[in-house]
Design a protein around this ligand. Structure first.
Ligand code: SF4
Length: 261
């Protein structure tokens, strides 16, 4: 049940009077709704996380390690992304041609399973193109980086192949994976599409890495040996958005200092 959230601070404090009250209430409501969204409460690792280049983050996530010191991540990009995903789902369901074999061309927001435990909802499968498609709505900096590098980054790449494996397990004919980047702060003609042939081994390797990390966690037991967190290598995984990021931390059981990008 929704209860009115506590008034949230607005930073920078440029507003006063009624404007400040409205801003605080709007921000508080968005933060409350975002913190209680199903994705925010997800505990099991999902396709969007398994490919992280940071093994330490993967290990924290697999144990759902507490504490999570970085609680101050701004939810607005995720709120806008979720709303845009909903719009895309509705739109592709509405304009969904029938293939010659009588099946609909598109499958939207289908929950698929790469294995018994790794499950997630895939944005779109295009049966005509035999392609798994994932929508991203990046901000300006990320959009420029993707366009310049012509590379979605390892996390998104693995995510796409995990969905590919999920759809293959569900009996679909998957030949390609794609990530469609639609600029959150731009125009439609700024769209960038990355695609490559479906390679199930990329997804299988991610599952093996997860299993190996879980085995190491069971063997080394960081709950009783916190010093072993240092044994998990770090990778560039947008530390400022990582729930376990604690700047200047010297105790990895309490938080990770991160790496400079
Ligand atoms: S803060 Fe950065 S380096 Fe540390 S676990 Fe998170 S992503 Fe990895």
């Amino acid at each position: 049940m929704f209860t009115q959230p506590a008034v949230a601070p607005v930073n920078p404090p440029l507003l006063d009077g009624l404007a400040a009250q409205i801003a605080a209430n709007v921000v508080g409501t968005i933060r409350h709704a975002s913190a209680n969204a199903p994705r925010s409460r997800q505990v099991a690792i999902g396709p969007s996380e398994i490919g992280t280049p940071c093994v330490r983050k993967l290990a924290y996530k697999l144990l759902d390690w507490d504490p999570k010191p970085n609680k101050d991540t701004d939810p607005l990009a995720s709120v806008i992304g979720t709303a845009a995903h909903g719009w895309m789902e509705e739109t592709f369901n509405k304009f969904n041609p029938t293939l010659p074999d009588g099946r609909p061309r598109y499958i939207t927001e289908q929950r698929v399973a790469a294995d018994a435990t790794l499950k997630g909802s895939c944005d779109l499968f295009d049966r005509q193109a035999k392609t798994v498609i994932d929508w991203k709505f990046p901000g300006t900096t990320s959009m420029e980086k993707v366009r310049k590098n012509r590379d979605p980054g390892v996390t998104y790449r693995v995510q796409a192949h995990v969905y590919g494996l999920g759809y293959r397990n569900a009996g679909e004919d998957v030949e390609h994976v794609a990530v469609v980047f639609l600029p959150r702060a731009g125009r439609l003609d700024g769209v960038y599409v990355w695609t490559e042939p479906f390679q199930p081994q990329i997804a299988l390797d991610a599952l093996t890495r997860r299993d190996n990390v879980m085995k190491v966690l069971a063997d080394l037991d960081p709950e009783n040996n916190p010093a072993i967190w240092g044994a998990f290598p770090v990778g560039d995984a947008y530390c400022t958005y990582c729930p376990w990021h604690l700047p200047k931390s010297t105790n990895l059981a309490r938080g990770c200092p991160g790496i400079t990008n």
